[in-house]
Design a protein. Structure first.
Lengths: 346, 343, 707
């Protein structure tokens, strides 16, 4: 069998799995549909009860508020579909973008600086993937530790403070966060482009299909000739790149980067969106569309609650309860054998 | 009241009298003057030089704490004192450990920025019992130590509130809607600042607080909160928060909504370059600034005074409130702003 | 005979460093030696870098800040051991701290009321985790992540309500202050509480049934379920305990600092996780102990405290924390994966063994060992229905007993022993047997020890341990491979333990070592005491008390000799070689009716094998590089029984040439003019007639007289 044949076999295998899943739709609704329905119900509820909620302006605001979360989540989704987890994402996002802001005071060109920042993010991604694939440390601990190291190195070597600010003349850069194109703010556009690219990558390319195979059954994937270790590294690189893009978007939006964001609950929000959208943590399932749906539900909830002037702590409690429900539903829809589970398999 | 005033006048007269006497004596005999000067100098040297000043902020790497460090270190070293700094990097445990270690090292002066009113109170008391003078910087604790140097938060909040009332309140012809962006709900500075702010705002019935959420010191959160609030209240008049850097996020949201001319963005904090840039570009409208480098020098001045009076730690607690300067796009000048301190 | 090089080799291989390393590595506590060394290094580092660090007052001061962290690491260790993880410890800690302060400062409840209420709070929070993970079977990581968010948000929500009152209210209480800053003999009170809790937890985990259940579920959930352990309930309980321990930590923190702020307990879960893993608590579950948890906690705390005191800033500290975590988990993962491989590579340590010139046993050699076919026509008993009768014995009623691979004692009765039944089921691997004065059957059970069976078939334990040799690394107090026994007239049971380094299934590896790993042990029924009497024997096997009851013979299988040891009379304690240089590996020895002794030879020496025994390096390479079924062993395709006299003269040899019906005979027993043959790997018991023997002689009568 040639490599091409093997690849086709793998593709057929995951396509079969897909059609199998489609059959399941008839029997019980997929999580994606449930979430979409919930989002619609919430939307209608807020639209009726809150004045100004359903306006075009507010919808754009809502999309904009979830753009960064959405970019991070699409990156995370790739890793999770490959049965991994990337807790270092926020750290990479904060340090790479803050470093870019710091470098902008030097006389390097913006393009060079951007490549440096992206390069830093990719190095952390490769490190993550290498530790997970070759040393075989469970991704949970590997990425937790690399997150600490990345943040520490940033604070120690790359940055001079907790916050980083762009110099005064940085219109090109700030356009990425504050510009408006075709009536849509740049962050929303960036989110849509990232989501679209990753969607096509996952669904239409051989490597993308291989990531599903990797997450579904790593041993089987290895047996049919997929080089699983480089593939694992690739997923973490994609996640790190998404983190970099999200960081740049954030920094350009508020013209500063607060690296203390690492100690926030942002990474939990990312996991929330991913799990909510039906990307099972046991790997091999879900897609970018589900992630976008999950992000929109979170966006609607947060936007509505903010307008209602609900305390941010209550918002957090609401988020936690929603996430818990999503995990329970995930468990019901995709039961797994906890007797064969390994630690770090979430 | 009258008694106190009389006492005050009496003591002033007495001091004046002493001063005149000293002056006249000095004029009478130049020799003695030299001796006094040498005595003053040698007293100063024995009291101040070689003493250790330890500085423990919540975290280094912020404009605020970096300016303080610059101010304290340069003035302390100029006065011949030794300077030590510990960086707990936001970890309260690391902070308590660092302070415990400094107590057992018996440093002479401890300068502390409290993360909240309680967590260090017991330790600071222990430090003073062990003979270490404690100066609390900008954020105080429940324990009243030798000295406090920093902003008078309640009146600081009140000042901003009064300014908002002037701009948005009765007779201004505006909506009177105000959104408050809090920092961390439990942080002392935030609590007192917001208390003062709300007190001032409450004095005008035309003012209504439409949103009052915590952004956890995060500009991005402040941005999202403000954006949502603007959707709901496009006629918002002002938004205010305790920390200018955080309010940059709010300012960006206002700018994006194209409401920069209508919504006033208030902040407070040290006069750092990013804040001044934001004032110039109209992202922030008014910033109530205090000069953190000078606050650092105030700390060292206080220490020098304590050293020469020979007071026991905590014997006569005092406070030095920092002056506030109001900056806006017109008054902001390059001279009033500090550049970020590079590492 | 032996040249200088051989002498050197003998000395060189007598003691082995490698053996010590291999045995050390196989120790369970070896897993915590690396963490322990790491802790010592960190302490030394601090002692050198910080003046006055090791003074008692400084240590007491430093460690008074450590109690709460110790509790949290204990909580984390407990859940890691059951195969889970608890990320909510930090949030539970913060909430408990808050609850304690509200109860004490605001509601002014006395300390004795505060403590149980706070612990109850912890238990309730732990119960939420427990129900979700134990009963609803959600993933531990995500679930506790969510409860972390939930508890933390709840904490943030209610803290501002009471913040001012907590700060201003205060209750005078000596107990409260004592827990917070008190000391007892200079030791901080909170550390004393931690030590008490740690001791209780240690006993609970390592010495109680619930503790074993926790480890069993963590190691292998499926096996635990099959063993009937209530998995759901046990997991639920560990999370409740985790909540209680975290709450205790919060309580101790509350008394110490009297403060509750928004970042109390932030990031504590990551620190606790790092500490537990660093201490050697395995992420895979099942492996961990209180000691390891505390070692890890101390290492992390001393390190961070040291860095803070040295003025190292946040960045490097974070980098170091992350690197340490990676290294610790990496070692954990790689160690788990490769430990057994590494040990098996170096565990076999061959020694130099010079067997001397092999006696000729070929046909027409006219030696006493000359091969014949006397056993070739042995009649088979239980052919195909018995598996591996290592030893056989007959009782006064002529019934034939044999131990089998299944761990049973099988009994044959009837005139031709045609009726077969299972007499007793013991387990292990039944080996040598003997009857005592009360007709109880005493049996050496490989892997278990020495057991007895009453005539009615009831099994009882005689002994399974002996005194430990102080200087041996391997714990040799347990009997691993009791091989053969005999009973002296005074009732003392003398038995051989073939090796203390290998288990029943790998005894052949001991042959490749050819080292003195075995011993002779005596059990005294009067004192109910087991004592080792001879050590460093080369696979001691058959044991037989001489006819006069004053000495015993035992065979050293790999040394190919028979030793005589006096147990009574004027020569008591004397040990000498009775027969040396046998043509094969001697096994069981038993009495013959004519006052002589029977000896079974289980394998035959070959020139290649003899040479290999002189080449330890060769055998080491063989074990490492060649698969086991290609290794060199002695020739077991022969059956041989020898008769020798009490003064060590070989009288007669019985061969099963070519091993046609009875290869590798391990035992033989004379009874009423017949000789019964057993073999460790045979599927039958053989019997031949002894025409010259006393037709009425039986073993039990010969030992204990007629009844």
């Amino acid at each position: 069998m040639s490599r091409q044949d093997l690849a086709e076999t793998a593709e057929n295998a995951s396509l079969n799995q897909n059609s199998y899943a489609k059959k399941g739709w008839l029997k019980k609704p997929s999580q994606e549909l449930i979430v979409l329905a919930t989002a619609l119900v919430c939307f209608l509820f807020f639209a009726v009860t809150l004045t100004g909620f359903a306006s075009f302006g507010n919808l754009v605001t809502m999309l904009r508020s979830i753009a960064v979360l959405g970019i991070l989540s699409t990156g995370m989704a790739v890793v999770v579909i490959g049965r991994g987890l990337d807790l270092s994402q926020v750290s990479v996002m904060a340090i790479s973008s803050a470093w870019v802001l710091t470098l902008m005071s030097s006389d390097m060109s913006l393009v060079t600086i951007m490549f440096l920042g992206l390069g830093f993010a990719l190095v952390v991604g490769i490190l993550n993937g290498w530790i997970v694939a070759f040393i075989e440390i469970p991704p949970l601990f590997a990425t937790l530790a690399t997150g600490l190291v990345c943040f520490g190195v940033g604070r120690w070597v790359l940055l001079s403070g907790v916050h980083a600010y762009p110099p005064k003349e940085a219109a090109d850069f700030l356009f990425l966060g504050q510009g408006i194109v075709f009536g849509l703010p740049m962050p929303v556009l960036i989110f849509l482009v990232v989501a679209g690219v990753i969607h096509v990558f996952l669904r239409r390319t051989t490597i993308g299909r291989h990531i599903y195979g990797l997450g579904d059954n790593i041993l089987a994937a290895r047996l049919i000739g997929i080089s699983v270790r480089p593939l694992i590294i690739l997923t973490y690189m994609i996640s790190a790149a998404a983190a970099f893009i999200a960081g740049i978007t954030t920094a350009a939006t508020v013209a500063s980067m607060n690296t203390e964001i690492v100690n926030s609950t942002l990474i939990f929000d990312v996991l929330l969106v991913v799990v909510l959208g039906g990307v099972s943590l046991s790997g091999g399932r879900g897609g970018i569309v589900s992630v976008v749906v999950g992000a929109i539900l979170i966006g609607i909830l947060l936007n509505g609650m903010t307008i209602l002037n609900i305390n941010s702590d209550v918002q957090n409690i609401a988020k936690a309860v929603v996430l818990l429900a999503a995990i329970i539903v995930d468990r019901r829809l995709h039961p797994k054998d906890e007797e064969t589970d390994k630690q770090g398999d979430h | 009241m009258v008694k106190a005033t009389i006492k005050k006048i009496a003591s002033t007269l007495m001091i004046a009298g002493v001063a005149i006497t000293v002056a006249s004596t000095t004029m009478a005999a130049g020799k003695i003057s030299g001796k006094t000067e040498r005595m003053v100098r040698s007293d100063y040297v024995t009291a101040v030089e070689g003493k250790t000043v330890a500085y423990v902020p919540i975290s280094l790497g912020l404009p605020l704490s970096d300016y303080w460090m610059y101010g304290i270190q340069t003035s302390a070293e100029a006065a011949g004192m030794k300077f030590v700094v510990k960086d707990p990097a936001w970890k309260v445990d690391a902070m308590t450990q660092a302070i415990s270690a400094l107590i057992s090292d018996k440093v002479d002066y401890l300068v502390v920025q409290n993360p909240d009113v309680q967590v260090l109170a017991k330790l600071l008391k222990k430090a003073e019992e062990n003979g270490t003078h404690v100066i609390q910087l900008n954020m105080a604790s429940n324990y009243r130590s030798s000295g406090f140097v920093g902003v008078d938060w309640v009146s600081h909040g009140e000042e901003i509130g009064q300014d908002i009332v002037k701009e948005c309140g009765t007779g201004s012809g505006k909506s009177g809607k105000v959104a408050i962006v809090q920092g961390e709900l439990t942080a002392a500075a935030n609590v007192w600042f917001v208390a003062g702010l709300k007190k001032a705002l409450g004095e005008d019935s035309a003012i209504s607080i439409v949103n009052d959420q915590a952004a956890q010191w995060d500009a991005t959160k402040a941005h999202d909160i403000t954006a949502a609030v603007l959707q709901q209240n496009p006629d918002l008049c002002a938004t205010a928060g305790v920390w200018g850097i955080m309010m940059l996020g709010s300012g960006q949201a206002v700018k994006e909504a194209g409401l920069s001319d209508q919504v006033l963005v208030y902040g407070s904090g040290s006069n750092s370059r990013p804040v001044c840039d934001a004032l110039e570009s109209g992202v922030l409208h008014k910033h109530f600034s205090y000069d953190s480098i000078l606050q650092g020098r105030d700390v060292v001045n206080a220490i020098q005074a304590i050293a020469q009076t020979g007071l026991e730690p905590g014997e006569k607690p005092f406070a030095l409130y920092s002056p506030i300067m109001i900056q806006d796009s017109k008054t902001v000048k390059a001279t009033d702003c500090h550049d970020l301190i590079a590492k | 005979m032996s040249s200088i090089t051989e002498t050197i080799q003998k000395v060189r291989y007598k003691w082995s460093f490698q053996r010590a390393v291999a045995e050390l590595l196989a120790k369970r506590w070896m897993e915590s030696i690396i963490p322990f060394l790491m802790m010592c290094m960190v302490l030394i580092f601090c002692a050198v870098a910080i003046p006055g660090y090791l003074s008692f007052s400084n240590l007491s001061d430093t460690f008074s800040q450590f109690a709460e962290f110790g509790f949290v690491v204990l909580a984390m260790t407990l859940v890691l051991m059951v195969g889970g993880i608890d990320l909510s410890v930090g949030a539970m800690f913060a909430l408990a701290d808050f609850v304690a302060l509200v109860l004490f400062n605001v509601f002014e409840i006395p300390v004795w009321g505060v403590i149980p209420l706070v612990i109850l709070t912890g238990a309730l929070m732990g119960a939420i985790n427990g129900v979700l993970i134990g009963y609803l079977k959600l993933g531990a990581f995500l679930t506790t992540l969510v409860t972390l968010l939930l508890f933390r948000a709840t904490f943030d929500l209610i803290t501002p309500i009471y913040a001012v009152e907590i700060a201003t209210g205060y209750q005078e209480s000596e107990v409260w202050d004592f827990i917070g800053d008190g000391t007892l003999f200079g030791i901080p009170a909170n550390i004393i509480i931690l030590i008490i809790v740690a001791v209780i937890a240690h006993i609970l985990l390592s010495r109680s049934r619930p503790g074993w259940h926790v480890a069993a579920i963590g190691s292998n959930r499926k096996a635990a379920r099959h063993a009937g352990i209530r998995i759901d309930f046990t997991i639920f309980c560990t999370y409740v305990l985790s909540g209680i321990l975290s709450a205790t930590a919060g309580l101790v923190y509350a008394t110490r600092l009297n403060s509750s702020s928004s970042n109390t307990g932030d990031g504590l879960e990551v620190m606790a996780l790092t500490a537990a893993v660093l201490g050697g608590v395995s992420l895979a579950g099942g492996k961990g102990s209180v000691g390891r948890a505390l070692i890890g906690a101390t290492t992390i705390l001393v390190l961070i405290n040291g860095l803070v005191r040295l003025g190292v800033t946040g960045g490097p500290t974070l980098v170091m924390q992350g690197m340490i975590m990676l290294i610790a988990v990496g070692i954990d993962v790689k160690w788990l994966k490769n430990k057994n491989k590494a040990i098996s590579k170096i565990y076999v340590v061959p020694a130099f063994l010079d067997l001397g010139e092999r006696p000729d046993a070929r046909i027409n050699s006219h030696t006493v060992f000359e091969q014949n076919s006397k056993l070739n026509n042995a009649r088979a008993i239980g052919l195909g229905t018995i598996d591996g009768p290592e030893d056989v014995i007959l009782d006064r009623q002529n019934r034939l007993y044999a131990g089998t691979r299944e761990g049973w004692i099988v009994r044959f009765s009837g005139d031709n022993h045609e009726h077969q039944e299972v007499f007793a089921r013991i387990g292990g691997r039944p080996l040598g047997m003997a009857f005592d004065a009360e007709d109880n059957l005493i049996i050496c059970i490989g892997g278990m020890g020495v057991y007895g069976v009453h005539p009615d078939g009831e099994v009882y334990k005689i002994t399974d341990e002996t005194n430990r040799t102080p200087w041996k690394i391997n714990d040799d107090s347990r009997l691993r491979l009791a091989d053969d026994l005999d009973i002296a007239p005074d009732g003392k049971i003398y038995f051989s333990e073939a090796t203390i380094r290998y288990e029943m299934h790998s005894w052949a590896m001991d042959g490749l070592e050819g080292r003195g790993n075995g011993r002779l042990v005596c059990y005294d029924p009067a004192k109910k005491q087991t004592r080792t009497i001879l050590r460093d024997l080369v696979f001691p096997n058959g044991v037989c008390i001489a006819h006069d009851g004053q000495s015993l013979f035992f065979a050293q299988t790999w040394a190919c000799n028979i030793m005589q040891y006096w147990i009574a009379g004027p020569n008591k304690g004397k040990l000498e070689v009775a027969i040396e240089n046998l043509p094969g590996n001697p096994d069981n020895i038993n009495r013959a009716s004519d006052g002589n002794y029977w000896l079974a030879l289980t394998g035959m020496r070959t020139p290649a094998f003899d040479l290999a025994m002189k080449k330890p390096g060769f055998r080491t390479r063989m074990v490492k590089r060649v698969p086991p079924d290609e290794w060199i062993y002695s020739n077991i395709n022969n059956g041989c029984v020898i008769k020798f006299s009490g003064d060590g003269e070989v009288l007669e040899t019985y061969w099963d040439k070519g091993g046609e019906s009875h290869p590798a005979i391990t035992s033989m027993r004379e009874h009423r003019g017949k000789l019964y043959l057993g073999g460790l790997m045979n599927n039958r018991i053989g019997v031949i007639d002894l025409p010259d023997a006393d037709p009425n002689w039986t073993g039990p009568e010969n030992y204990w007289g007629p009844k």
